[in-house]
Design a protein around this ligand. Structure first.
Ligand SMILES: [Zn+2]
Length: 469
């Protein structure tokens, strides 16, 4: 067994190995992520290694951008018709020429582990071996064992959640359900594009929401009815959670009349930034109320300044690495929601952060004091070995282990899923090993805890225990 990420001290390392051994082969629970469900519904072979691994991974393309390499040269499609590189091997060579930029980063760890454990390719990646590694990966991708469904089974994924807008017709999920394959792929209700008035084309999207749901979204009442109806459709397609990606964690309680007039102002195109923030804040409480009715676990992902790199947004669009975290306040922001539903165990609110300092100061005490709140795993810029470790150190003393929600891989990169879960299991084993070595926790309780963190807890928190059928 590799000692990757285990404590360097030999006593703790030995305990960590034993604990990790208990978690290593447990099925993967992936309650939040961004894999395209069509990948599994269609089960087509993946494209070449560059288009599978580099082009869609904004962690990789933004690092090269930070050194002056335009994303178009790495194959990232442009909005303005400027040509982007399409030759997989050329993209790969350019990327590998800059591989040294990733020393010490989680991207390097994930990629190396993916090559080794998923593809069985152990050649060390250097500019000299770029072609050799590319050819080895491409040869594997051409075999039936590397089709998406075969990998899903090999990865031992018990459940994989994807994320869709209420405007999505869920056709990929319907196809998956209809063809009897049996892998459990569920959707997640993510309404940001019909809630955030600052989203490009918001009013048109609200109109489309009305068409999809068969409601008149020209009125606030019809808008709420349409959202309820789409949630019911998502629940029918297997969803157990919703997800809300807001700039801040702010929540607010408006009267129905106030909300309706704000909504109307937005549709007329007269809402300003403050109106948009108030409406998002109000809708979080509406969604909490709907969650109590329909049982969807509510995930809140605040703190990203979207499209901060305006040039990148203008040339390549959203979700290509132009977002930056900002300082995020939770306690006062969440107070209206917590006043309304924080002590109601029917609500389950999983809160994430991009602002690590809030773990100790606000989030662990909130999760450790309100029945409805769970702490989401370190996310995005923070889903690295260093922060996963600091997360346990920061939150356990206030929130314990059982107010945390388990690891989420939050990834679009399908082939990296097992590696990411493995990293989290290794880090948790290391943390628990320290508690055992310091005589703070008996080994048998640490052994139970590692299995809970890796498997039982995410299943329970995200209400995934129901019949998979
Ligand atoms: Zn996400």
């Amino acid at each position: 067994m590799s000692d990757l990420l285990f404590p360097a001290e030999p006593g703790q390392r030995a305990i960590a190995r034993e604990l990790y051994g208990l978690a290593r082969d447990l099925p993967l629970i992936s309650p939040h992520g961004h894999v395209d469900p069509a990948v599994l519904a269609d089960d087509e072979p993946f494209p070449d290694p560059a288009r599978l691994i580099i082009v869609p991974d904004h962690y990789l393309t933004r690092m090269l951008l930070s050194q002056g390499i335009p994303p178009a040269r790495l194959g990232v499609p442009t909005r303005d018709g400027e040509p982007a590189e399409t030759d997989g091997r050329a993209i790969w060579r350019l990327f590998v020429d800059h591989w040294h930029l990733f020393r010490g980063t989680p991207s390097r760890l994930w990629l190396e582990r993916t090559f080794e454990t998923v593809f069985g390719v152990t050649t060390r990646l250097t500019p000299k071996t770029a072609d050799e590694v590319y050819d080895a990966l491409a040869a594997k991708l051409a075999t039936p064992d590397f089709r998406p469904r075969a990998l899903f089974e090999r990865f031992n994924i018990e459940v994989l959640a994807t994320t869709e807008s209420p405007l999505d017709d869920l056709a990929a999920h319907a196809k998956l359900a209809a063809d009897g394959w049996g892998g459990r792929v569920i959707t997640t209700f993510r309404p940001d594009d019909v809630v955030d008035m600052e989203f490009e084309g918001w009013a048109d999207r609200v109109a489309r929401l009305g068409e999809v749901a068969g409601e008149d979204t020209g009125t606030y009442r019809g808008y709420l009815a349409a959202l309820r109806s789409r949630r019911a459709a998502f629940v029918a397609a297997g969803a157990t959670s919703s997800d809300h990606g807001h700039p801040t964690a702010r929540t607010a309680r408006l009267t129905p009349a106030e909300a309706a007039s704000l909504f109307a102002r937005g549709l007329r195109g007269e809402a300003d930034a403050a109106d948009a923030e108030t409406f998002r804040a109000h809708m979080l409480i509406e969604f909490a109320r709907m969650s109590i009715e329909d049982g969807l676990v509510m995930q809140l992902h605040p703190g990203a300044v979207r499209n901060h790199n305006r040039w990148l947004h203008a040339t390549h669009g959203r979700d290509v690495g132009g977002d930056i975290p900002q300082a995020t306040e939770y306690l006062h922001a969440l107070t209206p929601l917590l006043d309304a539903y924080g002590n109601d165990p029917r609500l389950r609110l999983v809160v994430y952060t991009l602002d690590e300092y809030t773990f100790t100061r606000e989030l662990a005490p909130i999760a450790g004091g309100y029945a409805a709140v769970y702490l989401g795993a370190p996310w995005w810029f923070l889903d690295s070995p260093e922060v996963l470790r600091r997360f346990r150190e920061a939150v356990t003393e206030s929130a314990g282990f059982y107010n945390t929600a388990g690891f989420v891989d939050d990834t679009r990169a399908f082939c990296s899923i097992p590696v990411r879960h493995d990293v989290a299991r290794r880090v948790d084993a290391g943390y628990l090993a320290r508690l055992v070595a310091e005589h703070r926790l008996p080994f048998d309780e640490a052994a139970e805890t590692i299995v809970d963190l890796a498997y039982r807890l995410p299943k329970r928190v995200f209400r995934l225990e129901g019949d998979p059928a």
